[in-house]
Design a protein around this ligand. Structure first.
Ligand code: HEC
Length: 102
């Protein structure tokens, strides 16, 4: 095996290890994973079934402000405070963008 090839293999392995050992919170989950949290109650397209409020058709600012108010407790909620507390501002923005397009 020549030296160049060995260096290439070693650096790929090092990258793989660094990626695998990164703590889960350090990187933002993909948008798809984030919005999966909402699907069970609000539907995959934001059109809720049952008693949950429908979020499709609402503007981005409406959705984002609602979630910030749930998280801070300004807007009383049964479950949304607990759910929104699990996300950073950037994550809530990504989630908002997904549903605002629906
Ligand atoms: C366990 C069911 C459940 C899940 C999961 C859930 N929600 Fe909700 N959502 C509710 C309920 C119930 C309300 C009404 C407020 C309350 O009682 O918490 C609500 C209200 C809302 C509202 C306000 C709608 C309005 O017009 O007042 C928005 C926006 C919203 N949810 C977005 C989301 C997003 C985005 C997610 C995913 C991160 C999510 N919800 C996950 C049940 C859920």
């Amino acid at each position: 095996m020549n030296l160049k090839k060995l260096i290439a293999i070693t650096s790929v392995t090092a990258l793989g290890t660094a990626y695998a050992s990164q703590p889960a919170q350090a990187q933002m989950a993909s948008d798809e994973v984030l919005v999966n949290t909402c699907f069970s109650c609000h539907g995959t397209d934001g059109k809720s079934s049952g008693d949950m409020p429908t979020i499709s058709g609402k503007s981005a600012s409406y959705i984002f402000n609602k979630m910030m108010d749930f998280r801070s407790g300004k807007k009383p909620s049964t479950v949304m405070m607990r759910i929104t507390k699990g996300f950073s501002d950037a994550e809530l923005k990504a989630i908002t963008n997904f549903f605002a397009k629906k």
